[in-house]
Design a protein around this ligand. Structure first.
Ligand code: COA
Length: 260
């Protein structure tokens, strides 16, 4: 697949998507959001892709936010549509993708960039990364899920502090606050993401996808997460992966999962 604003590569069942607008610090314009959506749907539909790593090109930024130049003159209605379409097309898509997505935060992750990282299932940051939701400094609020997902990850108090001050935090603080899972050097960032991906890939893909759905259920309105867990747990018993996993354990061998 070829894209205008993305680079993609596939290695050992891991699909790496690099947002490639380094001159604009990989800011998310309409085209990039569209292409990310296409790339993620493609990856989810490919049985050989078992994990996705999402990163930014260049040394400076993961993503420095939504592209401000595209919405500076928007009306109220256009602002609402921008936000709603973003939720649908990209941010909810990432969160609910059945293929695990790891954000490799290699520099600035601001506004829509941090919101994109927060939609991913796991976040790893390099020690030079800076993260923040600076929208109130532009007279707006985070509109791609930031007010919800940041509070889910770091708690309401820290989320409100970050959103109201518009300050950036360091990778070290992000780790302490639970916003990222690991911090690495810039040189080892992708290797750490790959290590996590390889471990996940060795597990049952159907169980991993069920786990994503069950954990996400806790954050969905009007959904009983425990009921979803019971259902997903039971459904696993009907899969080939479950038979293989339990048989391999009893036969004292390593399971070979087919994802069926
Ligand atoms: N939207 C559109 N363009 C952006 C952008 C964004 N969110 N973030 C950076 N860019 C562009 C700059 O306009 C500049 O383009 P130019 O060279 O054509 O003028 C280029 O990327 C480089 O950015 P620059 O500001 O010169 O880099 P810097 O190192 O001085 O500052 C930041 C880096 C991240 C602090 C600064 O770019 C910034 O504050 N960006 C906006 C962050 C933000 O508010 N995001 C939330 C949006 S809702």
């Amino acid at each position: 697949m070829t894209f205008e604003n993305l680079l993609t590569a596939s290695e050992n069942n891991v699909f790496i998507i690099t947002i490639n607008r380094p001159d604009k610090l990989n800011a998310l314009n309409k085209k990039t959001i569209e292409e990310l959506s296409q790339a993620l749907l493609f990856a989810e539909g490919d049985i050989n892709i078992r994990a996705i790593v999402l990163t930014g090109s260049g040394q400076k930024a993961f993503v420095a936010g939504a592209d401000i130049s595209e919405f500076a003159n928007f009306s109220i209605e256009q602002g609402k549509a921008l936000s709603a379409e973003g939720h649908d097309k990209l941010f909810n898509l990432v969160q609910n993708l059945k293929t695990p997505v790891i954000a490799a935060i290699n520099g600035f992750a601001l506004g829509g960039g941090l919101e994109l990282a927060m939609s991913c299932h796991i976040r790893v940051a390099s020690d030079n990364a800076k993260m923040g939701l600076p929208e109130v400094s532009l007279g707006v609020i985070p509109g791609y899920g930031g007010t919800q997902r940041l509070a889910q990850l770091v708690g309401k108090g820290k989320a409100l502090e970050m959103i109201m001050t518009a300050d950036m935090i360091s990778a070290a603080d992000a780790l302490t606050w639970g916003l990222v899972n690991y911090v690495t050097t810039p040189e080892t960032l992708l290797a750490k993401c790959n290590e996590l991906a390889v471990k996940i890939i060795s597990r049952s893909p159907v169980a991993v996808a069920a786990a994503i759905r069950a954990v996400n259920a806790n954050y969905a309105d009007g959904v009983n997460g425990f009921a979803i867990e019971i259902d997903e747990f039971g459904t696993c018993f009907g899969t080939e992966d479950f038979k293989e996993g339990t048989t391999a354990f009893l036969e004292k061998r390593k399971a070979v999962f087919t994802g069926k």
